[in-house]
Design a protein around this ligand. Structure first.
Ligand code: PBG
Length: 326
């Protein structure tokens, strides 16, 4: 036989020479949950993930950063008493998120701090946007009114020192509005990482349990994308690019590798992918039952996401994977 592909797989040294995709801690963004309490609490719906106090958050972020993880993204659990139908707590300058940003930047100046821009943790209705009931009694998620609140939220995060704001709400026109609002206040250096192709996914279930942020009524299908659609993801990405996004995101990641690959082809912007709570838990629960090797499967799934075209990956494995790769 003249052609033997196996020659390129013969030794670890040769395999490392021909490897096309190399995972690095520098690829990871660590999602961190936080709350008002002074204690760090394991999250029941997400085994292995913690809801941090401010002190715990600063410690955990520092440990991940020391392992080479460049960035964290913050998800607050807001006390029920502070939730309202206008989600006003989301732009309170002394709110949980701005205080966390200041604490993180003070303790770890080189850490990139990313914030989630969406109303669901603050909204008593649990939706990412403001809710109104129309004449027929149907819930409507108000687009333009929501975008105004999102701008106030992003400005609140920018004033506290966020490096990147990350709109996950899927309202139309929010990237242009955020860019305009940030620039007008002098925050030209604050980046926008847009959740451009965010699908209405059942894989978010454990996350909503973690934040107690599930919609009280209805679902998110009038703003998040239909899992059946791929061309629409391209449309969303191109719009966000035109509106001034610095980076775009596909979410979830594992079940949407084709979308990541297609997005990679149509934009020169960096592409992020979010390995969401349900993806994480499918691996963790199988590993807990002794059915899978968590380390091997997690690294393989992260490699697959990078191979598909992601430049960066939001993953609950960020800190552990960084330690495994060290
Ligand atoms: C909400 C938001 C969600 C996630 C990130 N930001 C949930 C949702 O859209 O309902 C999900 C992340 C995960 O499942 O890990 N703006």
């Amino acid at each position: 036989m003249h052609l033997r592909p196996r020659r390129n797989r013969r030794t670890p040294a040769i395999r490392s020479l021909v490897r096309e995709t190399v995972l690095s801690p520098a690829d990871f963004i660590l999602p961190l949950f936080l709350h008002e309490d002074e204690v760090d609490v394991p999250i029941a719906s997400m085994p292995g993930v913690t809801r941090w106090s401010l002190a715990g958050l600063v410690r955990e972020a520092g440990e991940a950063h020391a392992l080479g993880v460049p960035a964290v993204v913050l998800f607050p659990k807001i006390d029920d008493a502070l939730k309202s139908s206008d989600a006003a707590e989301c732009y309170h300058s002394e709110g949980l998120v701005p205080r966390a940003i200041r604490a993180l930047k003070a303790a770890h100046p080189t850490l990139c701090v990313i914030t989630d821009v969406a109303l669901d943790p603050y909204n008593s209705d649990g939706h990412d946007g403001l809710v109104e009931r129309d004449a027929a009694g149907e819930l409507q998620i108000l687009n333009d009114e929501t975008v105004e609140i999102l701008c106030r939220q992003a400005l609140c995060h920018a004033r506290a020192g966020a490096d990147i704001v990350s709109p996950s709400d899927m309202m139309d026109g929010r990237v242009a509005a955020l860019r305009h609002a940030l620039d007008r206040e002098g925050f030209q250096q604050v980046s926008i990482l847009s959740y451009s192709a965010k699908y209405a996914s059942a894989y978010y279930g454990p996350f909503r349990g973690a934040l107690d942020s599930a919609p009280k009524e209805g679902d998110k299908k009038t703003y998040q994308m239909d899992p059946a659609n791929a061309r629409e993801a391209i449309r969303e990405v191109l719009l966000d690019e035109a509106e001034g996004a610095d980076m775009v995101m596909v979410k979830p990641a594992g079940p949407y590798l084709d979308i990541i690959a297609r997005v990679r082809e149509v934009t020169t912007l960096p592409v992020a992918a979010y390995q969401v709570s349900g993806e994480y838990l499918m691996i963790e629960s199988a590993a807990a039952a002794g059915w899978l090797d968590a380390k091997a499967v997690a690294l393989e799934s992260l490699t697959g996401i990078k191979r598909a075209g992601a430049d960066m990956i939001l993953t609950y494995y960020a800190k552990r994977a960084a330690a495994w790769l060290a």
